[in-house]
Write a protein that binds this ligand. Structure first.
Ligand code: SF4
Length: 382
């Protein structure tokens, strides 16, 4: 398959891994993959087992579901429990625990909570159910914000009276800055998020190289993308360079996607601050619906508690999201907290570090190195 098989070639992967091992030398390297999609690939394909032990990959905050705090889940459940409401969200979001259960629990108790694949599906439900209020619970980084923005603009243009959006969109640059300002973590560089960068481009990361003197390599999501991204970070450090490089040129343009950025600007404004799961409040890190579209803002149309809820004591998602702890170092990993019974958000989404490690990484790869890179059987792809 074009653009897939060639990025899973095991001979190339082995050669690249050897080269990384030679050039990494004896020093310890710590490189953060910002995006949850990277984390998923790293565990699914056993990338950590291909790398030498002194090259450590640290998981970052780029999983959209993982960063939603419990209070915002409670707010969503309050809206979903309002009589007459059809509450819609992406599938992962339904299982995220709030202080008194998840949206899935609310559904079991009678709330009309429905999974959708896009905000346009939610808008369609509004057309089909004119006597009901349809709410879309929007989450995600700049990757998904354009589709929410377009849906909002269409609802406004068509003056759909029974549709609104509960906006939880966040932005990637503020948490990267928060991590760089954190005294807990020493990093050699970043694998920049490929999907987000397809929208925002590579220039917003310039401050990481210029002010914090850390290399950033915007990286794709196939195994060879990750290995090449790691190699590019190491090369920059060894050559005394500190730049923003683009490994994912087949998708990411330097200036991103101007049309997507424009619809984000038309629909949303910056929130003064927003709470991130495990990272606390970060200034100017999230989006809210602009005043001119207030009638489509579910936070204004419905009663929401808006109360901050502390994470459960056992939960160490914050440390995992900041890359300070590995998933298996959390006390409840794999025992009280599993994908079936998640305590924290990182165990919910397939992009969450804990779920990715639980699903793929806990099995020893000592005997299966590289075999995981073999292409799937032809039938499976047809
Ligand atoms: S194991 Fe569960 S509680 Fe612990 S960090 Fe992961 S998701 Fe959070």
């Amino acid at each position: 398959m074009k653009f897939v098989d060639e990025f899973r070639d095991q001979a190339v992967a082995a050669a690249l891994a050897r080269r990384i091992a030679e050039e990494a030398g004896d020093r310890h390297w710590k490189i953060m993959e910002v995006c949850g999609g990277h984390t998923h690939t790293i565990y699914k394909y056993g990338i950590e087992d291909l790398l030498p032990p002194n090259v450590e990959l640290v998981h970052g905050p780029g999983c959209p579901v993982c960063v939603i705090p419990m209070g915002r889940v409670d707010d969503g459940i309050a809206v979903a429990s309002t009589p007459g409401v059809i509450f819609t969200c992406f599938g992962d979001m339904m299982r995220v625990p709030g202080s008194r259960g998840s949206l899935l629990d609310a559904k079991a108790q009678g709330a009309d909570v429905r999974m959708v694949y896009s905000p346009l599906d939610a808008l369609r439900l509004a057309y089909q159910n004119p006597e009901r209020e349809v709410v879309f619970y929007a989450i995600g980084f700049e990757t998904t914000a354009p589709s929410t923005a377009l849906t909002l603009l269409r609802a406004a243009e068509e003056q759909v009276p029974n549709f609104s959006i509960f906006c939880n969109h966040v932005m990637i640059i503020p948490p990267i800055k928060a991590i760089l300002d954190s005294p807990d973590l020493r990093l050699d560089g970043f694998l920049g998020p490929g999907h987000v960068s397809a929208v925002i481009g590579i220039r917003p990361y310039d401050f990481v190289a210029q002010r914090y003197h850390k290399p950033v390599v915007v990286t794709g999501f196939e195994p060879l993308d990750i290995l090449q991204g790691v190699h590019m970070v190491i090369r920059q450090v060894l050559e005394g360079r500190c730049e923003v490089e683009n490994q994912y040129t087949r998708i990411v343009a330097a200036d991103g996607n101007p049309r997507a950025l424009e619809v984000i600007r038309r629909a949303f404004k910056l929130r003064p601050h927003f709470e991130w799961r495990g990272l606390g409040f970060i200034s100017l890190s999230a989006l809210a619906i602009r005043e001119e579209y207030a009638r489509y803002d579910a936070e204004l149309r419905f009663e929401v508690p808006g109360v901050r809820v502390a994470d459960p004591k056992a939960c160490q998602c914050g440390e995992v999201l900041k890359g300070v702890l590995k998933p298996w170092e959390c006390k409840v990993f794999g025992t009280a907290c599993t994908p079936e019974t998640p305590i924290g958000t990182c165990m919910v989404s397939s992009e969450g570090a804990c779920a990715a490690y639980y699903n793929f990484g806990r099995f020893s790869r000592a005997d299966s190195r590289l075999t995981v890179l073999q292409p799937e059987a032809p039938n499976a792809r047809q």
